[in-house]
Design a protein. Structure first.
Ligand SMILES: *Cc1c(COP(=O)(O)O)cnc(C)c1O
Length: 367
């Protein structure tokens, strides 16, 4: 089964035919073929992709990526804990919103959607508010495509003895990092982003000593991160409740394909070439990226919408879709933008074809 169009989106994204066809078999959730051979192998592979350091473990969680973020926030922060969140986009804001739902004390640093947080501000807040126990930050803020300074923020948080939570949903697997070296205690991502699997579950890679402290702290049964992990640890990868077996099987295949590509470094190279080709091509057609290029990630890029009075996103979108490319609407609150993702089964040659398709789709220029 071939796709009719390429998804240039931040996930779900275009997957390989082999990943999709891995789903054509049914699995029994308590059979060894599934748990030992697939879930446990996935858990081990994820940890080794995230860090070379000892002491880390992983846990898979049903639901979209947000469920794993909510499981982490709701399980890691104790009754008297307080969270500091860097919010420079919809996903940072969502972490603060989760804290609000769960009645977790929360402090927010909001530099705006097109800026990175000022480190002096982060440091001053950590110094001044001794109640803060946890710091959360998004790696690639998918709202704009901005890459946040996680090394510096995590170092500050560690210097003040805080637990660090990283939403690396849209970057893990596409950007090399060692979460042990960075001092990250909980890193969250999901199946349908840079690992190039299909949607259905998220995962958390955690420092085991920190995860063990979560016992009994969860504010939700189904999102109890510790209990989910404990069940997997004790029962060779068994999930507490029905697991998304087909998605998990596709994810396993996606991990093999990541290895075959040459690992995260090679995938990062491809995404970067995609992104640079995209920005150069769109600039040559007169488009302007929203962010300063120093803030760009290889994951997704926001461009200002054309200001021509005839331009409408839907018309532009439809004309691109008819040529085999699906792009993404903007998500920034104070600027009219559209977004184009570079992740998934997408290669530089596809981006070259996209530039040609965009040229054809610029109907407002034809009059
Ligand atoms: C995709 C994404 C999420 C999770 O979104 P879901 O729709 O719940 O899968 C969280 N954070 C970031 C940065 C993301 O890109």
């Amino acid at each position: 089964m071939k796709n009719e169009y390429l998804l240039l989106t931040p996930g779900p994204l275009s997957t390989s035919e082999t990943v999709r066809s891995a789903m054509l078999k049914d699995w029994c959730t308590w059979d060894d073929d599934y748990n030992k051979d697939i879930v446990e192998v996935i858990r081990t592979k994820l940890v080794s992709l995230a860090t070379a350091q000892e002491g880390y473990t992983s846990v898979l969680m049903q639901g979209s990526g947000t469920a794993s973020v909510e499981a982490t926030i709701g399980s890691a922060i104790g009754k008297n804990g307080k969270l500091l969140v860097v919010d420079n986009g919809a996903y940072g804001a969502r972490i603060a919103q989760i804290a609000g739902y769960l009645n977790i004390a929360c402090r927010v640093i909001s530099p705006g959607e097109t800026s990175q947080p000022a480190l002096e501000n982060v440091e001053a807040t950590l110094k001044e508010d001794g109640d803060i126990t946890h710091v959360a930050i998004v790696h690639c803020e998918t709202t704009t495509g901005m890459l946040n300074p996680i090394e510096a923020v995590a170092a500050l948080a560690k210097a003040h003895g805080k637990v660090v939570i990283l939403d690396a949903m849209s970057s893990f697997g596409g950007i090399p990092m060692d979460i042990g070296e960075l001092g990250i205690d909980f890193m969250i991502s999901s199946a349908n982003k840079c690992i190039q699997g299909v949607p259905g579950f998220g995962f958390v890679i955690a420092k085991q000593s920190e995860l063990e402290k979560c016992q009994g702290q969860a504010r939700s049964l189904s999102l109890d991160l510790y209990d989910q992990w404990h069940c997997m640890e004790m029962n060779h990868g068994k999930w507490r409740f029905t697991s998304p077996t087909h998605t998990v099987r596709a994810f396993y295949q996606a991990l093999l394909e990541l290895e075959k590509e040459g690992g995260i470094a090679a995938r990062h190279q491809r995404y970067q070439t995609n992104q640079k080709t995209l920005v150069a091509g769109l600039k040559s057609l007169g488009f302007t990226p929203l962010l300063d290029e120093s803030l760009h990630s290889p994951i997704i890029t926001s461009f200002y919408s054309p200001t021509h009075s005839d331009y409408q996103f839907k018309e532009f979108y439809d004309r691109l879709k008819a040529q085999g490319f699906v792009i993404y609407p903007g998500k920034v609150s104070n600027a009219d933008c559209f977004r184009i993702g570079n992740i998934g089964e997408v290669y530089p040659a596809d981006i070259e074809r996209l530039i040609g398709a965009i040229k054809n789709a610029m109907y407002w220029e034809l009059n």
